[in-house]
Design a protein around this ligand. Sequence first.
Ligand SMILES: Nc1ncnc2c1ncn2[C@@H]1O[C@H](COP(=O)(O)OP(=O)(O)OP(=O)(O)O)[C@@H](O)[C@H]1O
Ligand SMILES: N[C@@H](CCO)C(=O)O
Length: 318
Amino acid sequence: MAVYTHVPAEEMAALLARYGLGGLRSAKGIAGGVENSNYLVEAEGGRFILTLYEKRVDAGDLPFFLALLDHLADRGLPVPRALRDRDGVQVQTVAGRPACLIEFLEGVSLSHPTPAQARATGEALGRMHAALADFTPERPNSLGLVGWAALAARCGAAVDTIAPGLSARIAEEIAFLDAHWPTDLPRAVIHADLFPDNVLMLGDAVTGVIDFYFACTETRAWDLAVTHSAWAFSGDGADYRAEIGDALLAGYEATFGLSDAERAALPVLARGSALRFTLTRAWDWLNTPADAMVTRKDPLAYLRRLDFYAAHPECFPA
Ligand SMILES: Nc1ncnc2c1ncn2[C@@H]1O[C@H](COP(=O)(O)OP(=O)(O)OP(=O)(O)O)[C@@H](O)[C@H]1O
Ligand SMILES: N[C@@H](CCO)C(=O)O
């Protein structure tokens, strides 16, 4: 469960009063997620998510993320806005952390999506990219190619305690990606973390896209590569599920589409995605505080994806 910061009930009730949402009925820490503290809050005025920003979320980036959510919600995408209090303020301080009260969206995140659900997700990603065409704010990607080398250096040889030889494998892959990374593809603001746990679904319909806190200006097709790496494998990364990968790509093609150059770059972009999550998971594996109520995610599940993408570029049809 990701609850790094405890919020006393009295402080939660005082927060709700600022929004005119009536009394607090219940507040529960949410199991799931690794980045922020999340509470499901039941108030007399409705059900909400309270997010306290921890770790990698810089409070200075919050205006970018909240403008992005408003932009997408204005265009009909199923994303949760941050509520404004009676003074029009979206970002609060709760238990000493920057925090937002966020609209609750229905739906469940899937562990074993079907091809139809993967297709709907690809369609939603394509619709999101279309809606972002006129979104002008920018945010650099601190977890792109340059950031990977820096993070690998910070992890150092300690990653070899996770798997023997891992630091050498990471260095080799960064050298490969440096040499082959496409530099001339269209760039845009992307979600950058569209994992199954960030897509809420009812049946085959996408009812929510959440967790935009890695959104950044990047090679747009990388978003599809990230989504592919997160969806098209068994959880441990040992098995590639071609029917899921194909459905995801088909859904994206139906609502947005790829140029020939973007399609040709997908195998390299996917290797970059697999490395990104191997690295951030390895960092978390080595640095998660012992008292955090959080389940660490397995870095090797992404190393296996990396091995698969390196061996099977043909999983992305030309
Ligand atoms: N707006 C929302 N409506 C409904 N449920 C939500 C909403 N936001 C978050 N949740 C629930 O809280 C969980 C954790 O949220 P979120 O994924 O944003 O956390 P995180 O710590 O940032 O996670 P991650 O590890 O994916 O970066 C989600 O899986 C979902 O169950
Ligand atoms: N979605 C990521 C966590 C956020 O970087 C993971 O599963 O590793």
